[in-house]
Design a protein around this ligand. Structure first.
Ligand code: GLN
Length: 433
């Protein structure tokens, strides 16, 4: 209420900016001063940070109003929000289904109309996949585009913060507000931020859109394929040149490389949670017993699995065989994207191979859960920006079209996404709750 009053004052004084007074929700791993920031974990169930994440500060400076923190898979590890230590979130389109994850609470809250935009984070698909499952827009910016200061780290070479919105214009406005270099995050890039709203309304005649064949393979739900192909045809009808012979052959190794790189980094990042300085703490007779009990009881099963996996792949004797090899695969994937973007401006494919799945259906089949991100992970591996936008429904559940661009070419994603939304109405559909 105080923030809303302050926004009213800004407006009265003639200092209103595009997001002044606009209510938003933020994934609960973005630090908010004086407000609980749990990361969906028992480990941080009582953690109240003394500082704001840079993205939060930047939105507050515009007068945006934070109305809630959103549920998530514990420490952003998961694809369904069922790995939250507190409770699962539900998909507003069908309450028996997951909203996706790990930013599932952000996507579900936005789709349900609880706020006008949301912030999430995306390490392997955690903005785009829930956006796709809940029928909203989600963007993973270029690695380095948005400061991560104050975002609790999962896998530092992959994590990015980004917006979830109802339409492309809102997405551009939020990106305008949160992008750009910040001295508190040395990985934030000193690259100028264009006004992303200037690419809205630009026509897409001659824009070259590649359709990489490796993203239309086994495991893809037939309805999802048909709907995404229709969306690509719609872009073609708007004047884009569609290239259907694009190949990114090493895509098939991206998921495997991710499940070595991400857990390796997570095992290092999560070493800080020892119960000594903040968070959940068990005090026993010795330091070792205390740390063991703190971590044993504070972390849930998926987080422990990642820490064990990452500790193993970084250990002597396995480092070369797994971690180093995964980094080499990563370079090959990056190089393939670089070559693809010599032939085309954008790549188009589905965001996720399926629509949302029923709560409980994949929680005991982790390979199936991990495969949910098989089409989003390559963009994180390569560091490039990617967008998911609503493009239809299968079995009453939303389907997402994914567009990828070369680094720092978010403007092209907005241009094409906006053109598509001018010609379609999928982004205006709302669940009846
Ligand atoms: N679902 C993927 C994972 O579990 C990606 C998560 C994310 O992007 N934060 O690691």
């Amino acid at each position: 209420m105080e923030q809303a009053s302050a926004a009213d004052r800004m407006r009265a004084e003639g200092n209103a900016q595009p997001l002044t007074g606009i209510p938003f929700i933020a994934k609960d791993l973005l630090c908010t001063r004086g407000i609980l920031t749990t990361c969906g974990s028992r480990m941080l169930a009582n953690f109240v940070p003394p500082h704001n994440a840079t993205v939060i500060d930047r939105l507050f400076a515009q007068g945006s109003v934070l109305i809630g923190k959103t549920n998530m898979d514990e420490f952003a590890m998961g694809s369904s929000t069922e790995h939250s230590a507190f409770y699962p979130s539900h998909n507003p389109w069908n309450l028996d289904y997951v909203p996706g994850g790990s930013s599932g609470g952000s996507a579900a809250g936005l789709a349900a109309g609880e706020a006008l935009f949301a912030l999430g984070t995306d390490t392997g698909g955690s903005i785009r996949q829930p956006a796709s499952f809940c029928g909203v827009v989600g963007m993973k910016p270029t690695y380095g585009r948005v400061s991560r200061y104050g975002a609790v780290a999962f896998a530092s070479s992959l994590d990015q913060i980004g917006p979830l919105t109802r339409d492309i214009r809102d997405c551009a406005l939020v990106m305008n507000a949160i992008s750009g270099r910040c001295d508190k995050d040395s990985t934030s890039a000193p690259v100028d931020v264009p006004d992303y709203t200037t690419c809205l309304g630009r026509d897409i005649k001659g824009l070259r859109i590649g359709v990489p064949r490796e993203y239309f393979v086994e495991g893809l739900q037939p309805e999802v394929r048909r709907i995404v192909e229709d969306a690509i045809r719609a872009l073609e009808n708007l004047g884009a040149t569609v290239l259907r012979d694009i190949s990114l052959p090493s895509t098939r190794y991206a998921l495997a490389a991710y499940y070595i790189i991400a857990p390796s980094e997570a095992s290092a990042n999560l070493a800080r949670f020892d119960g000594v300085r903040y968070g959940f703490s068990r005090q026993l007779a010795t330091t070792e017993e205390s740390v063991l009990a703190t971590r044993g009881e504070g972390f849930g099963p998926e987080v422990k699995r990642r820490i064990m996996l990452g500790t193993h792949t970084l250990s002597s004797g396995y480092y070369d065989a797994y971690y180093l090899k995964a980094l080499k695969v990563r370079n090959i994937i990056r190089e393939e994207f670089r070559q693809a973007f010599e032939q085309c401006d954008l790549l188009a494919m589905p965001t996720s191979p399926t629509v949302a799945f029923p709560i409980g259906s994949k929680i005991h089949d982790l390979m199936q859960m991990y495969l949910s991100d098989v089409l989003t992970i390559p963009a994180n591996i390569a560091g490039i920006p990617a967008l998911s936008l609503p493009c239809g429904f299968a079995d009453g559940l939303p389907v997402g079209l994914q567009l990828m661009a070369n680094s720092f070419r978010e403007d092209l994603l907005f241009q094409a996404g906006h053109a598509y939304q001018q010609a379609s109405e999928w982004h205006m559909k709302q669940p009846s709750l």
